[in-house]
Design a protein around this ligand. Structure first.
Ligand SMILES: [Zn+2]
Length: 407
């Protein structure tokens, strides 16, 4: 065997190559069982604190240069009893990934589970691991866990857990206004969220000039989440008083305002570009405050709703959804976009000065050279010159009934 190992892979016959691969894989499993055993003993003797490290995982990160995730996994594998699984690992019959899945199941077994039940569970999982993939072990283990949950857990504890869904969402706004977030949803919430996001994050069909959707999956999902929040922020029964977005005071210098460039300050002194500002203004209740060059207040407006509920209903009927050519989003994913005026003016807005635009396409309107205009009760988008030198206006036919496009 030891002379075999010295022979390079290229020199082995086909059969020898296959056999050597199997043997080597078994050896990996045996070595892994050995290190798990060593780590367990090291931990039991509290050698990490004795050497000045907080715990065994931290020691492994430093001494073996492991990632923290890997170090924690090894300590978890070492600390949990799993006698049947470890024997199978030490004889090379199951591998590290199998052990990982078995540990995942057994470590989450209810505390009140009788030892005999736990051992029977471990035995069944090891038997499965000897003939199936770690993925199969995981699936089967999930079944064990829900069975144990229902059968073993004190019904009162279970009810309490069900009554309090596990949902966390933590976020942090960085100094440049970006939001970082992380969190966990329980299975029910997860199903709900995934069900809402899946259709919204599908790639768009190719646009009118045949360009496919180039967004990555993460970008499409980001757009979907933004669209959901945009919809929620405009829901009539939303508790808007707490929302920074729906009422805000904007301070902007007159010269910046005229040039539509430069930087404006929000009430909480976050810098935003004027194009970002325009985007926020067009669907928020904005209190515009315009300053002259000496900092004097030239204009302090009243917060005004952009469109009345009746106008919104009329827009939904007229535009049937987002007005951007090729966009298929319906009215509920859109906000009214004012076409000719902006924040320094206020007063009632005419219906023919409004168009429905979805959250994502509003971005397009404010950050690119696309423009929007009304023509005979139909909204038209004017492409940027680089796209169409003639700048021929296009209106969206995606919401037209079938007989319309056939005619
Ligand atoms: Zn759209």
């Amino acid at each position: 065997m030891s002379s075999k190992q010295a022979v390079s892979a290229q020199q082995l016959s086909d059969d020898e190559l296959t056999a050597a691969m199997l043997a080597s894989e078994e050896a990996l499993s045996r070595e892994y069982a050995r290190i798990v055993d060593l780590v367990g003993e090291f931990d039991k003797r509290s050698l990490a604190p004795a050497k000045g490290y907080r715990n065994t995982s931290v020691f492994l990160v430093n001494a073996l240069r492991l990632s923290y995730k890997e170090a924690r996994a090894r300590v978890a594998h070492a600390k949990l009893a799993m006698p049947i699984a470890k024997t199978a690992l030490a004889s090379g019959k199951i591998n590290r990934e199998h052990l990982q899945e078995i540990e995942r199941v057994l470590s989450r077994a209810p505390e009140s589970l009788p030892d005999t039940e736990l051992a029977a569970g471990e035995d069944a999982l090891v038997t499965l691991a000897r003939q199936a993939s770690p993925f199969t072990v995981r699936k089967s283990g999930a079944g064990f866990r829900s069975y144990w949950d229902v059968e073993i857990k004190d019904p009162k504890t279970r009810e309490k857990e069900l009554a309090r869904p596990r949902r966390t969402f933590s976020y942090n706004v960085t100094s440049d206004g970006l939001m970082e977030f992380s969190g966990v949803f329980d299975p029910e919430t997860s199903t709900l969220v995934a069900g809402v996001l899946a259709p919204l994050s599908k790639p768009d069909p190719a646009d009118e000039i045949g360009k496919p959707d180039r967004r990555t999956k993460d970008e499409r999902q980001g757009d979907a989440v933004a669209a959901v929040f945009d919809l929620a922020a405009r829901a009539p029964d939303m508790p808007i008083s707490a929302s920074e977005r729906t009422t805000m005071t904007v301070t902007v210098g007159l010269d910046e305002l005229e040039r539509r460039a430069g930087v404006a300050m929000l009430a909480d002194h976050q810098a935003v570009s004027v194009s970002q500002l325009l985007k926020m203004c067009c669907d928020a209740r904005v209190v515009p405050a315009v300053l002259g060059t000496a900092g004097q207040v030239l204009h302090l407006g009243q917060p005004a709703e952009l469109a009345s509920p009746a106008q919104l209903a009329a827009l939904a009927i007229r535009d049937r959804g987002c007005s951007r050519p090729g966009c298929t989003r319906g009215p509920k994913w859109c906000a009214p976009q004012q076409m000719t005026r902006w924040i320094a003016e206020h007063g009632p807005v005419e219906l023919n000065d409004l168009a429905l635009v979805c959250e994502r396409d509003r971005h397009l309107l404010h950050h690119t050279d696309w423009e929007i205009q009304a023509s005979e009760n139909r909204i038209e988008w004017v492409p940027p010159a680089w796209l169409d030198p003639e700048r021929t206006p296009i209106s969206n036919t995606a919401h037209d009934p079938p007989h319309h496009s056939a005619a």
